[in-house]
Design a protein around this ligand. Structure first.
Ligand code: PGA
Length: 254
């Protein structure tokens, strides 16, 4: 399989932004501005706004996703939301293992794996985030870091599991910093990730997996990043909060 046969997924990660009214307004604007596209469009909103968001995008090709989920179906986990609950809402995608969750909320490779498996058991596609920080890049251990994150996140995965997942390569030093990895730097790591998937599964399976780049992707750099052989989409933070910018990025996916 080559790039043209893989599913392209352009995803917005709204993080902890927008209240109910603002959610309706921004999604309405995005709906109006979004170009026609064959790409899968996904917007991951705060959990409390999922229902409003879904109601606002009825009849469009926009999917609404979550930004996290817990692996247990229910129980004494104050503040958490289970994959089962997301599924009951009709959610089909959830980000897991975002670097902000790893950095501020104690997320580990083991819990990323548990969350991803819980998603898959509930027919939710996990968007599994991996990425090195600045000192790891400067110390030339990016590949070691990424390999460990991928192998641990995918523990006990079947071929179907990985095909139903999305991997997002997000170098931490490029998130929200305005510093983007060059298209070649991003491509090198995404290609490396595909090679690891070949080692764990097989080439045919690895070729079918959507791998996104995330980290200050914007309307100016998206076209070049998305044209790279192993980059099949984007996970977009800041620029997804502006309807024009997000629509422009989507138009670069053609
Ligand atoms: P950014 O965020 O586009 O604002 O860098 C990306 C992300 O954290 O998913």
């Amino acid at each position: 399989m080559n790039k043209s046969l893989r599913k392209v997924v352009i995803a917005g990660n709204w993080k902890m932004n927008k209240n109910v009214e603002e959610t309706k307004l921004l999604l309405t604007e995005i709906k109006e501005k979004l170009p026609k596209t064959d790409a899968t469009i996904l917007i991951c909103v705060p959990a409390i706004n999922i229902e409003t968001a879904m109601n606002t995008v009825i009849g469009t090709n926009i999917n609404i996703g979550a930004q996290n989920c817990h692996w247990e179906k229910s129980g004494a986990f104050t503040g958490e939301i289970s994959a089962d609950m997301l599924k009951s809402f009709g959610v089909e995608y959830a980000i897991v293992g975002h670097s902000e969750r790893r950095q501020y909320f104690g997320e580990t490779d083991e819990t990323v794996n548990k969350r991803a498996i819980a998603c898959l058991h509930n027919n939710i596609h996990p968007v599994i985030c991996v990425g090195e920080n600045l000192s790891e890049r400067e110390n030339n251990i990016t590949e070691t870091v990424i390999k460990t994150q991928i192998e641990k996140a995918l523990t006990d995965f079947t071929k179907d599991d990985i095909i139903n997942s999305i991997i997002a390569y997000e170098p931490i030093w490029a998130i929200g910093t305005g510093k983007t990895a060059s298209a070649q730097q991003a491509e090198d790591v995404c290609k490396f990730i595909r090679n690891i998937l070949t080692e764990i599964f097989d080439n045919e399976t690895a070729q079918a997996v959507t791998i996104q780049y995330g980290g200050s992707m914007n309307a100016k750099n998206a076209r070049e990043l998305l044209s790279m052989e192993n980059i099949d989409g984007g996970l977009i933070g800041g620029a997804s909060l502006n309807a024009d910018d997000f629509a422009n990025i989507v138009s670069c996916a053609e």
